[in-house]
Design a protein around this ligand. Structure first.
Ligand code: AMP
Length: 117
């Protein structure tokens, strides 16, 4: 648990979120500002700044995240239509919340991966 980390506080229940799934390793909840009809965030319960800070020692959590992503895509009805699973890292990656998280997005055509800025 990292003090002042909003996602740590969601994991612990200190602040509310629309949780879709939680176990001993990972937590999934709806993004507060959805960018698509389905926009779920999946995070490791343990605090890491981003994916670059994780490695072999976190294989179980990362594997669980992948598994839960597939399960939630099915649950949300987008397993067949398709979905995107992304993680932003650092400033150029567009990361705003400094706790590893993966965006599960779908429910409409998501367009190209990158847009010109
Ligand atoms: P990123 O830009 O990859 O760091 O994404 C951070 C995401 O967290 C954004 O899509 C925000 O809308 C989302 N977010 C921030 N605060 C909350 C919150 N309290 N509950 C749910 N999602 C949040």
């Amino acid at each position: 648990m990292s003090e002042d980390c909003i996602f740590c506080k969601i994991v612990s229940g200190e602040i509310p979120a629309q949780k879709l799934y939680q176990d001993e390793l990972v937590t999934a909840f709806r993004d507060i500002s959805p960018q698509a009809p389905v926009h779920v965030l999946i995070v490791p319960n343990e605090h890491f700044a981003n994916l670059g800070e994780m490695g072999d020692a976190q294989a179980a959590a990362l594997g669980r995240i992948a598994h839960v992503a597939g399960q939630l895509a099915a649950q949300e009805g987008i397993a067949t239509s398709g979905w995107r699973f992304i993680t932003n890292i650092g400033a150029d990656g567009g990361q705003e919340v400094v706790h590893t998280h993966f965006h599960l997005l779908g429910g409409r055509p998501l367009g190209p991966l990158l847009t010109r800025s």
